[in-house]
Design a protein. Structure first.
Length: 500
């Protein structure tokens, strides 16, 4: 019998009432294992109402109360790492080690939230004028919503709601309907940690649920991670409705390899960054830009490593890469490889025909490597979101930076070199929000913020870190003048000496 994933509203499981369900497949087998309830507008209203009711008390709760819950929550998440990772593997397909890594990176933000007391300290200036003081504080927004993608069903939600609730907001999470179970477990563990009912709600659904949140008058802010077209829509719609928005979009991350680079390290980095998590991550390196005469040697080293990657079910400990999320996505990724030759590329590795014995119906694709790719080709221009690595050739550092800066995306980037001066120049000249120097996937630690430039971010705030705290709070400045007690009216004795 197919399992059903229902909503989590007001601290308990709430069965879907819309009558609409979406299929959830095991990517390794292609079999539908679960159905997920898809919310109606009325169910969106119920989730927001639960969050609004909870905000009446959570919004004025003490910092001590919030951090006590978060510390307990962190301990429960740590104890249930394998359980969360198993759900990710079952519905997303990524190998167990990748899933555990995802949970670990999400835990970083929970740990940041545990220290919210220092993040929410205000400022005070005394005696700005005679007996006038000015103070600044940050206060919560109210009900906030998060809309998260399929590729990191635990980590990206944890980039949002722990900080949001630590700041005193209540939260409605709309996770991807393709792999929804991890989100419910995150909410159940939060409840077990003592989070009051309604502070964190999980609403499953499709466009109906998303548009319901974007248009709901009681939702003050929306966080989103996903593709650029959807990020643009979310930003435009929610902003038009007066909401605060951070919408992180797609990417085409480049890795510039200079002639002086350690090519062994660069090849290792290219393989792990391009093919890890089957390329289904917005921080994947999908374009290597080789400078000068090193191109042939670098491509050979990447090919040598890529051919050794073992592809198989995510729950097989020997697997290094799992399947893609759906058969339709697998076919779309394959189309970029099959069409590459006609657009001028050399196909060094073609993974489109890959299958896994015993799992022939899974959403499999092998590793593909395209060399001498043109900037006009579809494989370069589009975010493929799969295990396809493009190699482009340029003559100089300047040509490489110009090529990279011409991309409409500006999420993450990396340079591989032994030259500190070149690395410093690259850090300043490249138009991207996150830069790695001999680091292929420069995802910031939790106390720095994650976010791109250009078509990779819509809105003013990056996610988590200081930007996350600022996004989930708003500033208030109070200017105060008090008369000196010694100047009290005659006949009123406050016990202060009249010494002037």
């Amino acid at each position: 019998m197919t399992k059903t994933v229902n909503h989590w509203i007001g601290g308990k499981t709430v069965e879907g009432t819309s009558g609409q369900y979406g299929p959830v497949t095991d990517p390794a087998t292609g079999a539908v294992t679960t159905q997920v309830a898809l919310a109606s507008v009325e169910e969106v209203d119920a989730a927001v109402a639960a969050a609004k009711a909870a905000y009446a008390t959570w919004g004025t709760s003490s910092l001590a109360q919030r951090t006590a819950v978060l510390f307990r929550y962190r301990a429960l998440l740590d104890a249930h790492r394998d359980d969360i990772a198993a759900l990710i593997t079952a519905e997303h397909g990524k190998v167990h080690s990748d899933a555990l890594g995802e949970v670990a990176r999400g835990l970083e933000i929970v740990e940041l939230a545990c220290g919210i007391t220092t993040q929410l300290k205000g400022e005070l200036s005394t005696q700005v004028s005679n007996r006038v003081d000015v103070s600044s504080i940050r206060q919560s927004l109210g009900v906030v919503a998060g809309i998260t993608p399929f590729n990191f069903p635990a980590m990206v939600p944890m980039w949002m709601f722990p900080l949001a609730i630590a700041c005193g907001n209540t939260f409605v999470l709309k996770p991807s309907e393709k792999d929804p179970s991890a989100a419910n477990l995150l909410a159940e563990l939060a409840s077990e940690a003592g989070l009051p009912d309604g502070v964190l709600n999980v609403l499953h659904g499709d466009k109906v649920a998303v548009d319901g949140l974007l248009n709901h008058p009681d939702v003050a802010a929306v966080s989103f991670v996903g593709s650029t077209p959807i990020a643009r829509h979310i930003h435009a719609t929610a902003s038009a409705n007066g909401k605060r928005v951070q919408a992180l979009g797609g990417a085409k991350n480049h890795m510039l390899v200079l002639p002086d680079a350690d090519l062994e390290a660069a090849a290792d980095a290219a393989v792990s960054a391009a093919y890890g998590s089957a390329g289904e991550r917005c921080m994947a390196i999908s374009a290597v830009v080789a400078v000068g005469a090193i191109g042939d040697e670098l491509v050979a080293k990447i090919r040598e490593r890529a051919e050794k990657i073992k592809i198989g079910p995510g729950n097989d400990p020997t697997s290094e890469m799992g399947p893609l999320i759906t058969a339709a996505h697998r076919d779309k990724v394959a189309s970029y490889v099959t069409g590459a030759v006609a657009q001028g590329a050399e196909v060094v590795l073609d993974g489109t025909g890959h299958t896994v014995e015993g799992f022939e119906d899974g959403h499999w694709i092998g590793l593909s490597l395209l060399d001498k790719v043109s900037t006009d080709s579809d494989a370069y221009k589009d975010e493929i979101f799969g295990p396809v690595l493009c190699v482009l050739r340029v003559e100089s550092y300047e040509d490489g930076v110009a090529l990279m800066n011409a991309s409409p995306f500006g999420n993450g980037t990396a340079i591989f070199t032994r030259d500190g001066g070149a690395a410093r120049r690259f850090q300043l000249e490249i138009q991207a929000g996150m830069v790695g120097v001999n680091v292929p996937i420069p995802v910031p630690v939790g106390y720095h913020s994650f976010g791109g430039w250009k078509d990779s971010l819509f809105g003013d705030h990056h996610i988590y870190g200081n930007d996350g705290v600022h996004f989930y709070t708003r500033g208030k400045v109070t200017t105060t003048r008090w008369p000196d007690p010694a100047d009290a009216p005659a006949g009123v004795d406050l016990g202060f000496p009249r010494n002037h």
